[in-house]
Design a binder for this molecule. Structure first.
Ligand SMILES: COc1ccc(CNC(=O)c2ccc3nccnc3c2)cc1
Length: 330
């Protein structure tokens, strides 16, 4: 039970500050537990990443280090914040703000499908979170309903993107160094779009299309139950299935956003910026609600105040801690 729960393997200083209790989430790389800060009784989520879960020492620690580095430097209302960080020989412990609404995945499942205005509010926040990551040279690469968390049980709530362990800090520097050398042995794709940031960023736009589809339709666009093709073939061909009964109540503008994101050619796919300019999102009521949720401290909560908040702090990564060597860890 709670009190006799084995807390022995936890780092001493983590234990001194937090009481870890029940598991509230599981991920590919570990678990998430509900924790209470002993001094304040404030609730937190502690993500435990087992280093041994990863096949090779290199990848494991590197991915986890990238995740932790990103988690500690990102600063946006729609990106999960790290409160604290500990590690032992076998695990990393990341203390995160607790998102009381849980995963988007469970919310959509319990409601069958979200009504369009709620889906629009969530999608807009996801776009802003990914816009922030991209403007700081970070591709998430693993956007899915399990990685979108809700701040409360209410429909109208803040969403936060989590799970950056698949993220990539764009190897722009690597590409530049490569181009300084003799080009004669380099393959064509190194020079074409395949390796520039444009191409890389587009993968997140595709995933946001899948996320929007799931929010509006209540089921995934590519699934083995649709016809004879494998999911991979459906994806490669961009052949998603809109089941009539689920989409009749969805507006043409919403469907237009989905159709322009689920485009196979990354160079033809709608970008995050273009999506933010799409008519479906030029909805003043939704924008006011989103900005009130994202920038609650902005006095008067007006659009101007939100722009102000966004333009100053809202754009940049937080300074790296003392121990950072200034180089990006890869
Ligand atoms: C009061 O105790 C609770 C209240 C609400 C919940 C629902 N939330 C969750 O289940 C949950 C899951 C994973 C998370 N990962 C990072 C941050 N927050 C998270 C929250 C879980 C526990």
């Amino acid at each position: 039970d709670l009190m006799s729960d084995d807390q022995s393997s936890l780092p001493r200083d983590l234990q001194d500050k937090y009481l870890l209790t029940r598991r509230i989430g599981t991920g590919v790389c570990g678990e998430v537990r509900l924790a209470f800060e002993r001094s304040t009784c404030r609730k937190f989520a502690v993500k435990i990443i087992n280093k041994k879960n990863f096949q090779s020492e290199g990848t494991a620690t590197r991915n986890a280090k990238t995740e932790i580095d990103i988690l500690q430097r990102v600063d946006h209302p729609c990106l999960i914040k790290t409160e604290d960080f500990y590690q032992t020989e076998e695990s990393f412990y990341i203390v995160l703000e607790l998102m009381e609404g849980g995963e988007l995945f469970h919310r959509v499942k319990s409601k069958q499908q979200l009504n369009e205005s709620v889906a629009k509010l969530y999608f807009y926040q996801m776009l802003r979170a990914v816009e922030y990551l991209h403007s700081n040279g970070i591709i998430h690469r693993d956007l899915k309903p399990e990685n979108i968390l809700l701040s409360s049980q209410d429909d109208v709530c803040l969403i936060k993107v989590t799970d950056f362990n698949q993220s990539r800090i764009l190897e722009e520097a690597v590409l530049m160094r490569t181009l300084c050398g003799t080009p004669s042995y380099l393959a064509p794709e190194v020079f074409t779009h395949a390796s520039t940031t444009g191409y890389g960023l587009a993968v997140d736009a595709w995933s946001l299309g899948v996320l929007l589809f799931v929010c509006l339709g209540g089921y995934p666009p590519f699934h083995e139950s649709f016809g004879h093709q494998s999911v991979t073939d459906q994806i490669i061909r961009g052949e998603f299935t809109m089941v009539q009964s689920k989409w009749t109540s969805v507006s043409d503008q919403a469907k237009d956003v989905v159709r322009k994101l689920l485009v196979v050619d990354p160079m033809k796919r709608m970008s995050i910026e273009e999506a933010l300019q799409h008519p479906w999102l030029q909805d003043q009521k939704m924008l006011e609600t989103a900005h009130r949720l994202m920038y609650p401290s902005a006095e008067g909560g007006g659009a101007a105040a939100a722009m102000e908040a966004e333009s100053t702090s809202g754009r940049h990564l937080r300074k790296r801690g003392r121990e950072g060597d200034g180089e990006e860890q890869h």
